[in-house]
Design a protein around this ligand. Structure first.
Ligand code: SF4
Length: 314
């Protein structure tokens, strides 16, 4: 299937997904947390997959079947592997733009050394760069890159790309227990991501079965710490935790407000109290959510925070 959705996306609103990589899963990385399984074809050489005209036609037909309310906010390349391995990505982006929707690409950024990849991505309105590691050791452990890739050069290429790219730039960091969830790693990552200057940095955790069974979410306290460290560095940071697409804010439904907000932001105690006030609710609701193990309390820097509680099922 070339196109799917639109699916609600915290990042992009309604996002019509485009998978431009033909099976088997082909990637420059073999991330331990990958949700589409082990990389079956690892490499850094770009290839032709679907013809851009075929992608365009499939997406055009797909859009034609959607009613007015379901029209997407973005057409998003999110593939069964690394979308920039597709040598025709740029051509496809240009064709798709004729449909009148902005185009996004979610990439692991590993091919930015290739000028043709950079040129292709410059055509996209929105690009998300994967940034799980700020040092080679962590990069090897978490992303298991192709041996043809070099971490130092990778960082230089990212830096070169961002100095020219004019569209919306985000970063995405997956946090894995025991691999990249220490205070030192968070600080180094924050320092690195600050230089990228994304309009938003997303922190994610594995929420579906990962490629390697031991790739599990960090403890809630560590997620909180990551958010605090990023936030303190002046980076606008949000969690991507699988509760995408549901509006947060004061809806009058205190259960949803707390669950949706804590899914992307740890709620500080004073903010939570404020939320209760807005929704005419009292603390009993919070107690009930804690009892149901839907949220939990954590203390950071002497302040109480409320976070979603995640249960690992694998
Ligand atoms: S870069 Fe993306 S597709 Fe490739 S292995 Fe990592 S998570 Fe999977």
């Amino acid at each position: 299937m070339i196109s799917f959705g639109p699916v609600p996306s915290r990042r992009l609103g309604k996002s019509l997904g485009i998978n431009n990589i033909i099976s088997p899963k082909t990637c420059t990385y073999d991330c331990v947390y990958c949700q589409v399984g082990k990389t079956l074809k690892k490499g850094i050489k770009r290839e032709a997959y679907f013809k851009p005209e075929v992608i365009f036609e499939k997406v055009r037909q797909h859009l034609g079947r959607l009613n007015k309310e379901s029209q997407p906010d973005y057409l998003t390349f999110v593939s069964n592997g690394e979308p920039t391995l597709d040598i025709n990505l740029g051509k496809s982006i240009l064709l798709l733009k004729k449909l009148g929707f902005p185009v996004a690409v979610i990439t692991n950024a590993s091919l930015l050394f290739d000028e043709s990849v950079r040129e292709d991505l410059f055509k996209a309105d929105w690009v998300s760069l994967k940034m799980d590691a700020a040092d080679n050791d962590t990069w090897q452990k978490v992303n298991q890159p192709d041996p043809g890739l070099d971490f130092k050069k990778h960082l230089e290429n990212v830096s070169h790309f961002i100095s020219i790219y004019k569209g919306m730039l985000g970063t995405e960091t997956m946090i894995i227990k025991g691999l990249n969830d220490s205070a030192e790693i968070f600080s180094n990552l924050a320092e690195l991501i600050k230089t990228v200057n994304p309009y938003i940095a997303y922190l994610a955790i594995p929420i579906r079965p990962p490629s390697v069974k031991t790739a599990i979410p960090p403890d809630t306290e560590m997620m909180n710490m990551a958010w605090q460290i990023f936030n303190k560095s002046g980076i606008k940071t949000e969690f991507l935790t699988g509760f995408e697409g549901i509006e947060t804010g004061f809806t009058g439904n205190i259960y949803e407000d707390i669950l949706n907000t804590t899914a992307v932001h740890p709620l500080r105690e004073d903010s939570l109290i404020n939320l209760l006030k807005h929704d005419n609710a009292d603390y009993e609701v919070v107690k009930s959510l804690i009892k149901q193990r839907l949220i939990q309390i954590t203390v950071y820097n002497g302040k109480k925070f409320y976070l979603r509680e995640y249960h690992t099922q694998f």
